[in-house]
Ligand binder design. Sequence first.
Ligand code: LIP
Length: 258
Amino acid sequence: MNLSKYLKVGIEAAENASDFIKTQNKEILSIDFKGISDLVTNADIKSEQIIIDKITKAFPSHRFLTEESGLISDNSDFCWVIDPIDGTTNFVHGYPFYSISISLFYEELPVLGIVKHISTDEIYYATKSNGAFCNNKKIFVSKINNLSKSLLATGFGYKHEEIWEKNMILHKKLTHLTQGVRRAGSAALDLCHVARGWLDGYWELDLNAWDIGAGIIIIQEAGGLATKVNGDEITLDDREILSSNGIIHTQIQKNLIN
Ligand code: LIP
């Protein structure tokens, strides 16, 4: 399947939304709460509309799964999975680690992923079997082969319940076994940093498809692995992810499971 026309429109949509988000700042934002610390702003809503309008104009029959609107239409093999601002809490505070994540799934499998790091103007993208890129430069995962020499990342959902408590314990355990575990607050960017070899692995246990859709294929095309914690293939319905350079995948996995 030639994916270049989908990539072109996807990148234009991400850049249009990014240009809009750059005009927004905490002084003018209207902020709402989806949960105690789960924020949504007018910028999340507007960014999502800019992306959906751009893609729908080019591919009117395609369906969408988005953070702010959920599932839009259901009769196409093509599904665009969108997080209009991944790392909204960071964005609201002006902490420069938030992104736009756009992915395309064909028959439930990822074929294209785009992540725009707005504050650094870096755009990551990958299409099936064509490799992964950052600003048009090919990227590859690291070659670290031992957990004790690795730098990892993780994240925590908004519900401070059983899974949150469990991952706090795993964060401490893996911090002890590695050179450190970062928690920066945008799953999409954490996955891209594994893809470019800045991190050697990233896991999270309470996530949504739109947080990880693009990062999954960007890591796979950069030579890494992205699976469920038990190693099974990850699908849009899964709410957890374990990603790595592939070499230390089982070393991380066995410490997350046991
Ligand atoms: C965020 C993720 C992050 C996770 C946060 C939140 P959002 O997505 O990117 O990894 O730890 O809890 O889910 O809500 O900013 O789109």
